[in-house]
Ligand binder design. Structure first.
Ligand code: NAD
Ligand code: MG
Length: 396
C-alpha cells in the first residue's frame, strides 16, 4: 500500500487526485488531507477517504471540521497552525505527497516532503519557482522522487530517458518544447484585453482549474512560471525552452534530442492522466480518462506566442535568465496582482505592469539560502501592495 497525503485536497487538482485514488483502493491509502478553509468539503472528503489526519490552515474552519467529524463519528484528527502542513508532509506514515496547494503558501510543506525523501507529486509550481534550486537540492539530498503533475512537465518527464535526476539535464537532450493553449484571449486585441473581467478570465477553453491558475493561463504568466519550472526540473537553460502555442491542448509537450528526434506525449486534456502517471510510476494505472480520438481531433495547430500582447511571458523569461531571487519576486508580484484583479481592484492589462514595476524595484540577490528567498518574496509583496494603493489613488 502506498500511503498518500493530498495537500490542497479541496481544489481542482486535489479533487482529481482523490478521483484517481478512489479507483485504486487496493494500492493507495489516503493518510492525510489538507486545505485552507473549506471545512464542509473537507468533511465530505474525510467521510469518503477516512484519513488519519485532516489539516485546515484557518483556525475557525478547523474547529468547524472537528465538530463535524465528531458528529459523524469519525476518528480523523484535526491539525491547524503554521507547522501542521509541513509535519504531515514529512510524517513517517506518508509515502507520497500530492503538493497541490496554490501559491508560495505551499513551499514549506513541499520542502518538508522533499527533505523527508517522499515521492513528491508536484502540482504546486509556485513552490518550485520560489524555492528554486533549494527545493531541487532538498529533493536530491533527501532522496525524494520528484514527479511533476503540471501536464507539460509530466509530458516532458515521460519523454525523457530513464534515470532522470531532479535538476540535471540528461545527455543527448537538445531542448524542450512547452506547449501552451494560449488561454481564453488568444485572439483578443489589446483593447479587448483591457476590458477583461475575472469571470471571462476564469472561463478557460480547455481546462477547468482553480481561479488563480486560470488567470495565469489568460495572461500567459502560467507559461512563464512553467518555463522557470522546466529549467529547474530538467536542468535546462532558459534558451533551451521554447514555448509553442497549441490551441487544441492535445500535445502536452515535447523533448528534442541532439539527433533531431522529437518525442511528444499526447492525450485528452484531463489532469487525471498526469496524476495517475505520477502515482503509478514506473507502472501504469488507469485514470478514468477516455481514449483520445485522433480522427475526431483531426488537426494539431502550432504557432508562436505573441509576447507583445502577453508581456508576462517575456517578464518570466527575463526572470529565469536573471536567476537568483528574481523568479521569487516575479511570482510574489504576480500573486498580489492576480488577487487584486480577482478582487476587482486591478484591470487585467495592469497585471504585467505591476509585476514589471516590482521587478524593476527589486535588488536581485543570489538565492543561496531559504531566508533570502523568503525575504525577497515578502519585499516584493509589500512593493506590489504599495503600487496597487498608488494605482487606486490615481484612479480616485
Ligand atoms: P485551487 O484553487 O482549485 O485549489 C487550491 C487548494 O489549495 C485548495 O484545496 C485550497 O484550500 C488549498 N490552499 C490554498 N491556500 C492554502 C494554504 N495557505 N494552506 C493550505 N491549503 C491551501 O487550485 P488548483 O487549480 O487545484 O491548483 C493547485 C496547484 O496546482 C497550483 O499551484 C496550480 O498552479 C497547479 N496546477 C493546477 C492545474 C489544474 O488543472 N488545476 C494544472 C497544473 C498545475
Ligand atoms: Mg500546465
Amino acid at each position: 500500500m502506498m500511503r498518500v497525503a493530498v495537500l490542497g485536497s479541496t481544489g481542482s487538482i486535489g479533487a482529481s487526485t482523490l478521483d484517481v485514488l478512489a479507483r485504486h483502493r487496493d494500492r493507495y491509502e489516503v493518510t492525510a488531507l489538507a486545505a485552507a478553509s473549506s471545512h464542509s468539503r473537507l468533511l465530505e472528503q474525510c467521510r469518503v477517504h477516512r484519513p488519519r489526519v485532516a489539516v485546515l490552515s484557518d483556525p475557525g474552519a478547523a474547529r468547524e471540521l472537528e465538530s463535524g467529524l465528531r458528529a459523524a463519528g469519525l476518528t480523523t484528527e484535526v491539525a491547524c497552525g503554521p507547522d501542521a502542513l509541513a509535519d504531515v508532509a514529512g510524517s513517517s506514515d506518508v509515502d507520497a505527497v500530492m503538493a497541490a496547494i496554490v501559491g508560495a503558501a505551499g513551499l514549506p510543506s513541499t520542502l518538508a516532503a522533499a527533505r523527508a525523501g517522499k515521492r513528491v507529486l508536484l502540482a504546486n509550481k509556485e513552490a518550485l519557482v520560489v524555492g528554486g534550486g533549494l527545493l531541487i537540492d532538498a529533493a536530491r539530498r533527501g532522496g525524494a522522487t520528484l514527479i511533476p503533475i503540471d501536464s507539460e512537465h509530466n509530458a516532458i518527464f515521460q519523454c525523457m530517458p530513464p534515470g532522470l535526476e531532479p535538476g540535471r539535464a540528461p545527455r543527448g537532450v537538445r531542448r524542450v518544447l512547452l506547449t501552451a493553449s494560449g488561454g481564453p484571449f488568444l485572439r483578443a486585441s489589446r483593447a479587448e484585453l483591457s476590458r477583461v473581467t475575472p469571470e471571462q478570465a476564469c472561463a478557460h477553453p480547455r481546462w477547468k482549474m482553480g481561479r488563480k491558475i486560470s488567470v495565469d493561463s489568460a495572461t500567459l504568466m502560467n507559461k512563464g512560471l512553467e518555463l522557470i519550472e522546466a529549467c529547474l526540473l530538467f536542468g535546462m537553460e532558459p534558451s533551451q525552452v521554447e514555448v509553442v502555442v497549441h490551441p487544441q491542448s492535445i500535445v502536452h509537450s515535447l523533448v528534442e534530442y541532439v539527433d533531431g528526434s522529437i518525442l511528444a506525449q499526447l492525450g485528452n486534456p484531463d489532469m487525471r492522466t498526469p496524476i495517475a502517471h505520477a502515482l503509478g510510476w514506473p507502472e501504469r494505472i488507469s485514470s478514468g480518462v477516455e481514449s483520445l480520438d485522433l480522427v475526431a481531433a483531426a488537426r494539431l495547430d502550432f504557432e508562436a506566442p505573441d509576447v507583445g500582447r502577453f508581456p508576462a511571458l517575456r517578464l518570466a523569461r527575463e526572470a529565469a535568465e536573471s536567476g537568483g531571487t528574481s523568479p521569487a519576486v516575479l511570482n510574489a508580484a504576480n500573486e498580489v496582482a492576480v488577487a487584486a484583479f480577482l478582487g476587482g481592484t486591478l484591470g487585467f492589462a495592469r497585471i504585467p505592469e505591476i509585476i514589471e514595476a516590482v521587478l524593476d524595484g527589486h535588488d536581485r540577490q543570489e538565492a543561496s539560502r531559504l531566508e533570502l528567498v523568503l525575504e525577497a518574496d515578502r519585499h516584493a509583496r509589500g512593493l506590489a501592495e504599495s503600487l496597487l494603493v498608488g494605482a487606486a489613488r490615481s484612479r480616485a
